[in-house]
Design a protein around this ligand. Structure first.
Ligand code: HEC
Ligand code: HEC
Length: 178
């Protein structure tokens, strides 16, 4: 809630439809991760987004690439045969398209300060994410309707369009967060 006020002291950067701001801690926050809807989009970009959403949205929410830096996505893409206990292998052409798409829209911030050199593969384990979600009671996360923090869209009602504003949050069996 106080975050809105931070905007006045924040550097507002709008790059190709991605809206990021760095607050007084020089930490990056993502409120609009809109690479899916960025305009104008070339035909190639549209194809890449659609392929990404189809393949990487088959088992879970298709996370916007802005939430992790390139080295995280590369690590994920290089280990799809053993992806969180599943096999998410792609054919070589699709693999290349998706890896390029992720690299082009990855976070410009490292996001892994304090992780002891480990390369994060989970958005939900990056220090920035943990900090932003620290006040949510565990029982609201592990409940059947959410299951884990990986299910962004179960609380962020506009996540699919890349919007993570507080007023759009509805936690199942709890309600709005404001
Ligand atoms: C066969 C199913 C399947 C496919 C296809 C799949 N994933 Fe996953 N993915 C999983 C599972 C299972 C998890 C762990 C979910 C959990 O902890 O609730 C996961 C978790 C993740 C996470 C971590 C989420 C977090 O922050 O906790 C990322 C990032 C991710 N996948 C990226 C991808 C990408 C990129 C692709 C496409 C190349 C992909 N996934 C395709 C099954 C899949
Ligand atoms: C259990 C519900 C829940 C889940 C699941 C969840 N979030 Fe959140 N998220 C919240 C709440 C509540 C806040 C606001 C926390 C606060 O300000 O105290 C928040 C805040 C955020 C913010 C900051 C918004 C702002 O205005 O600064 C971002 C970005 C975000 N979440 C992204 C994600 C992503 C990406 C995922 C999935 C990897 C995710 N969240 C999963 C509930 C959730």
């Amino acid at each position: 809630m106080t975050k809105l006020l931070n905007l006045s002291v924040a550097a507002l950067i709008v790059v190709g439809g991605i809206c990021l701001y760095a607050d007084d801690d020089h930490e990056e926050h993502v409120r609009h991760a809109s690479s899916f809807v960025a305009k104008p989009m070339t035909k190639q970009e549209k194809t890449s987004v659609a392929l990404y959403q189809k393949e990487c949205g088959a088992c879970h929410f298709a996370y916007q690439p802005e939430f992790l830096p390139k080295r995280s996505w590369d690590k994920t893409m290089n280990s799809l045969n053993n992806h969180f206990g599943t096999d998410a292998t792609l054919d070589p052409a699709e693999h290349k398209t998706i890896q390029n798409y992720l690299a082009a829209h990855a976070s410009k911030y490292d996001r892994m300060t304090g992780m002891g050199g480990e390369i994060a593969m989970r958005i939900s384990q990056t220090p920035n994410f943990v900090h932003e979600h620290r006040e949510i009671p565990k029982k609201l996360v592990i409940q059947e309707a959410v299951k884990s923090f990986a299910n962004c869209a179960s609380c962020h009602t506009k996540a699919a369009s890349g919007s993570y504003r507080e007023r759009e949050i509805r936690i199942p069996n709890y309600g709005s967060w404001e």
